[in-house]
Write a protein that binds this ligand. Structure first.
Ligand code: R5P
Length: 324
């Protein structure tokens, strides 16, 4: 069933084990009880387990290798290890790196073929979300390309901190909602007792503002100029950071250039401690080396890394509850 098809009647109940069940009463007045189940792709197993726990929903195990070691040429394999026929399946899979996109598509297809009634895609980190426009003739609008393929089998999409302008979500060919990861980051920064939260550029200002409202501290932003993919310049801005513990928040840490440059500038202005926090930690190339400029680096579990210190499971689970 596609999300655009009408639901004559839908409501949600918890059964005795506290599991969510959605009741659909079809036009013919026959009653179907639809269980909510969670499936995690291999990029998002830990987060998917967390979401299942939050929802008290069964977790459907998946085999990712047909033979030990997988296919020698690197192709992906998936097999659902329990039934999903008639169920509302929450498929959780980050579309990064590229093989995880293929795995997402294999899972969505297998879930649909197995008879799921409804598929909600949670793409915690939307890989290829950067290109939201055709800047030069002949380019692909990559974010739309990926969304188009997600829409083949999925009824709706939840994602987080899309690197591009969030307006892109409006042209996706399936209902899409952005869920904020800032509550999780704000709670961490509050427990770390930061005095102020900064965005490394104006684009991340909305993130800093939201995190600061949770941490209960002031916020501001720095002025960034990107020279190339690896180099950024942060304009000195006289901020009252001397002797303070500062949290810098961004959507993505990729090469680490933005955060490291901001951290050096803040240290030069006398900041006592700099904690870098991001939703999606990619940490490519020499990022680890550059991030030595920070006293602590934290990322959420949208992308798993050694810096994953907070989970956004409760944020996604809360969004799912509104759909049931
Ligand atoms: C871009 O404006 C984003 O918000 C991030 O600041 C950027 O993607 C981070 O990239 P990097 O870690 O390579 O500087």
């Amino acid at each position: 069933m596609n999300a655009s098809s009408p639901h004559p009647f839908r409501r949600t109940r918890r059964n005795q084990e506290g599991r969510f069940r959605t009741l659909h009463i079809a036009a013919g007045r026959s009653l179907h009880i639809v269980a909510v189940k969670v499936v995690g792709g291999s990029a998002s197993v830990a987060l998917a387990h967390g979401i299942a726990k939050e929802l008290a929903a069964p977790y459907v195990e998946v085999a990712f290798e047909r033979h030990p070691g997988g296919f020698p040429d690197g192709e992906r394999y998936v097999r659902l290890l329990s039934a999903v026929a008639g169920d509302h399946v929450i498929l959780v899979q980050t579309t990064h790196p590229d093989p995880m996109i293929v795995e997402f598509l294999l899972l969505a297809d297998a879930i649909r073929d197995a008879g799921a009634r409804r598929i909600t895609a949670i793409v915690p980190y939307f890989g290829y979300g950067r290109q939201d426009k055709r800047f030069l003739e002949g380019e692909a609008i990559s974010a739309k390309t990926i969304a188009k393929h997600i829409a083949v089998d999925c009824d709706e999409l939840l994602t987080m901190a899309v690197p591009a302008n969030p307006e892109i979500l409006k042209i996706f060919p399936l209902p899409t909602r952005e869920v904020s990861g800032m509550p999780a980051i704000g709670r961490y920064l509050k427990s770390a007792k930061v005095d102020v939260i900064l965005a490394p550029d104006e684009g991340a200002l909305r993130l800093a503002k939201e995190a600061s409202s949770i941490a209960g501290v002031p916020f501001d932003f720095l002025v960034k100029e990107r020279i190339d993919s690896y180099t950024v310049k942060i304009e000195p801005k006289a901020l009252a950071v001397r002797g303070k513990s500062v949290g810098i928040v961004d959507d993505v840490i990729s090469t680490g250039g933005t955060i490291a440059t901001a951290a050096k500038e803040l240290k030069a202005q006398g900041a006592r401690r700099v904690i870098a926090a991001c939703v999606h930690g990619l940490f490519v190339d020499q990022a680890e080396e550059k991030l030595r400029a920070c006293d602590d680096v934290i990322a959420t579990d949208t992308v798993q890394s050694k810096h994953t210190k907070v989970s956004v499971a409760s944020e996604f689970a809360a969004a799912i509850r509104t759909l049931l």
